[in-house]
Ligand binder design. Structure first.
Ligand code: HEM
Length: 498
C-alpha cells in the first residue's frame, strides 16, 4: 500500500471512532442524567460496574449516589433504584412507561423463551397470562387451595423428624409438590413429580446463569442468524436451553391431557382449562412458568425464616408459645389462624424484610424516555429495584439492621401502622409477582407447622454465625445453613391432623 492509501485507510477507520468520541463529548440536549460513577468515552461505566455481589455493591454505592445510580455499560443504560418511594413513583404511578422487560436476545430468540411471560413485553399475551394466574392464585382464590397446602404441610412434618443438615433438601421439594399438584394435579405429581422438578430446576439454573453473563448476541442481535454449526458458545448453550425450554413448555400440560383421557387426572388448574377447552394455549404458557418462577423463591424465603429462628431462639420461643395458646394439641396450624398469631405473623414479615429472597427483583425497562425530578431516563433504560436496600433503608426502618419482629406490632410500636406493606418484596405495579399470595400462604403455613412441631436447634458442636452470608445469586438463600429439628411433643399420627 502506498503512503496516500495508508493515510486514507487510517482516516476511514478513524472517522467512526471520532464520531463516537464526539457524540459522547458533546453537550446533551436533554436534562441531566441521574447521578452515577464517572463514565469513560465509549466504554461508559464498565470500569466502575461491580463484577459480582451486585446487591451489596449497589447498596454500598447508595451512600455516595443516593436514591438512583445510573450506569452506561457499552451503551446499555441501567438505573438502580434504591428508594421504595421512587420505585413506586416510576413503576406504579408511571407504570405505563416503566414496566417493560430487557430485550434479552439470548433467552428469547436463541433459547426460544418467547412464550415466557416473565420476560415478555407488556401487551395482550402478558395480560392474558397474568389473568390466568390471577384467576388461579389471586387472594380470593387461595381458600380453594388450603386443603392441598395443609396436606403438604402434613407430609413435611414427619420428614423433618431428626433431620440434621440443610433443610433446603426437604422444604424445597415439598413446596415443589404444592406447585406441581396445583398446576398439573396429583396423578401427574405422583408419577412424574421428581422428573418435572428436576427439569424445572435444570432450566432455572441455566436461565439464571445465562441472564447474568455477557453475550455479544444481546448487543448484536444479527449474530443469532449465523449458522448453527459454527463453534460459538452462545449457539451451544442456546441448543441446550432450547431443548429444556421446550420440555418445560409442553410436558406437564401434555401429561395432564394424557391423564385426563385416561380418566385418572386429579383436580388442577390445567385440568380446568383442558376440560373447558378455552384459552388452552395461553393457560399452558402461564402454568409452564409457575414452578421455575415460584418454587425456589418461596423455599428461600422459608429457609431464611428457619435460619432466623435458629439465630434468634428467643423469637422462636415466643412464636411457639403463641402457637401453643392458639392451636389445640394434635391440630395443624392453618393459614386462617394467622390473625390469631400476630407474633408469628410479625416474625414472618420481619424475616422477609431482613432477607428478601430476590433482593434485586426482576429488571424492568423504560419503553419510552422520561424525565423524573429533573433527571433524564433514556428510552430502553434497564431499571433494577434494589429491594434489599429498601428493606434496610434507615429512612424507613428504625435500627434496620436489628431483627425485631416487635416493630410490626402496634402493641410494641406506636408507629407500626406507618411501616410499608412488606409485599414490596414481590415487586411493583404491572409486573408485581402474581404468585405472591400462594407464596405467602404456603411459606407461612409451613413455618407455623414447623414451629409448632419442632425446636429448631444447631447441630451438636456447631457454632452459629452472627448473621448468615447469602449466596451471590438472583434468588438467594443463606450459605451453609444447617440445623436439627427436635420434636416438641409426640407428633400426632397423620390421621389426627384431619
Ligand atoms: C417468596 C416467594 C416469591 C418472591 C419473593 C417473588 C418475587 C418476585 C419478584 C420480585 C418479581 C418481579 C416483580 C417485578 O418485576 O416488579 C416476581 C415476578 C413474578 N413471579 Fe414471583 N415471587 C415469589 C413467588 C412466586 C410464585 C409462588 C409464583 C408462581 C406460582 C411466582 C410467579 C411470578 C411470575 C410469573 C412473575 C413475573 C410477573 C410479570 O412479569 O408480570 N412468584 N416475583
Amino acid at each position: 500500500m502506498d503512503r496516500n492509501k495508508a493515510y486514507l485507510a487510517a482516516a476511514a477507520a478513524g472517522i467512526p471512532l471520532l464520531f463516537v468520541l464526539w457524540r459522547s463529548a458533546r453537550k446533551p440536549s436533554h436534562p441531566p442524567l441521574p447521578p452515577g460513577p464517572p463514565r469513560d468515552p465509549i466504554i461508559g461505566s464498565v470500569r466502575s460496574f461491580p463484577p459480582n455481589r451486585w446487591y451489596e455493591s449497589f447498596s454500598e454505592m447508595q451512600k455516595k449516589y443516593g436514591d438512583l445510580i445510573y450506569f452506561d455499560i457499552l451503551g446499555t443504560k441501567m438505573l438502580v433504584i434504591n428508594s421504595l418511594g421512587v420505585a413506586k413513583d416510576l413503576m406504579e404511578t408511571r407504570g405505563t412507561i416503566h414496566s417493560g422487560r430487557p430485550n434479552d436476545v439470548m433467552n428469547i430468540s436463541v433459547m426460544g423463551w418467547g412464550w415466557n411471560f416473565v420476560i415478555a413485553q407488556l401487551g395482550q399475551f402478558h395480560t392474558d397470562c397474568r389473568s390466568i394466574l390471577k384467576k388461579a392464585m389471586g387472594q380470593q382464590e387461595m381458600e380453594a387451595h388450603r386443603e392441598l397446602i395443609k396436606e403438604e404441610a402434613t407430609n413435611l412434618i414427619p420428614e423433618l423428624m431428626h433431620f440434621e443438615g440443610d433443610p433446603w433438601e426437604i422444604i424445597q421439594p415439598r413446596i415443589g409438590a404444592v406447585t406441581i399438584r396445583l398446576t398439573y394435579g396429583d396423578s401427574v405429581h405422583q408419577e412424574y413429580g421428581k422428573e418435572l422438578a428436576k427439569l424445572n430446576e435444570d432450566t432455572l439454573h441455566l436461565v439464571t446463569s445465562v441472564s447474568v453473563q455477557f453475550w455479544l448476541v444481546n448487543f448484536i442481535p444479527a449474530l443469532h442468524y449465523l449458522p448453527d454449526w459454527l463453534p460459538l458458545a452462545f449457539k451451544k448453550v442456546g441448543k441446550e436451553g432450547t431443548a429444556l425450554q421446550e420440555k418445560v413448555h409442553y410436558w406437564g400440560w401434555e401429561l395432564t391431557e394424557k391423564h385426563h383421557k385416561q380418566g385418572i387426572a386429579g383436580p388442577s388448574i390445567a385440568l380446568q382449562y383442558i376440560e373447558e377447552g378455552k384459552n388452552t394455549d395461553v393457560a399452558r404458557d402461564a402454568l409452564g412458568m409457575a414452578y421455575s418462577a415460584g418454587v425456589d423463591n418461596t423455599a428461600s424465603a422459608l429457609e431464611s425464616f428457619i435460619s432466623m429462628m435458629l439465630l434468634y431462639p428467643d423469637v422462636q420461643k415466643k412464636a411457639q408459645a403463641e402457637l401453643d395458646r392458639v392451636i389445640s394439641p394434635g391440630e395443624l396450624p392453618e393459614f386462617r389462624d394467622r390473625d390469631a398469631l400476630p407474633y408469628l405473623d410479625a416474625s414472618w414479615r420481619e424475616s422477609q424484610r431482613f432477607n428478601p429472597s430476590t433482593p434485586l427483583g426482576v429488571p424492568h425497562t423504560a419503553s419510552q424516555e422520561d424525565v423524573y425530578k429533573g433527571m433524564y431516563i433514556p428510552k430502553g433504560t434497564i431499571l433494577t429495584t434494589n429491594i434489599g436496600y429498601m428493606c434496610r433503608d434507615p429512612t424507613i426502618w428504625d435500627e434496620p439492621d436489628v431483627f425485631r419482629p416487635e416493630r410490626w406490632l402496634p402493641s410494641h410500636n406506636p408507629n407500626a401502622h406507618l411501616l410499608p406493606d412488606i409485599s414490596f418484596v414481590f415487586g411493583f405495579g404491572r409486573r408485581i409477582c402474581p404468585g405472591m399470595f400462594l407464596a405467602d400462604e404456603v411459606a407461612f403455613t409451613f413455618a407455623a407447622a414447623i414451629l409448632q412441631a419442632y425446636d429448631i436447634v444447631p447441630l451438636v458442636g456447631d457454632t452459629l454465625p452472627k448473621e448468615y452470608v447469602y449466596q451471590d445469586a438472583v434468588i438467594r438463600r443463606p450459605e451453609g445453613m444447617r440445623c436439627r429439628f427436635l420434636p416438641r411433643n409426640p407428633l400426632p399420627s397423620r390421621g389426627e391432623y384431619y
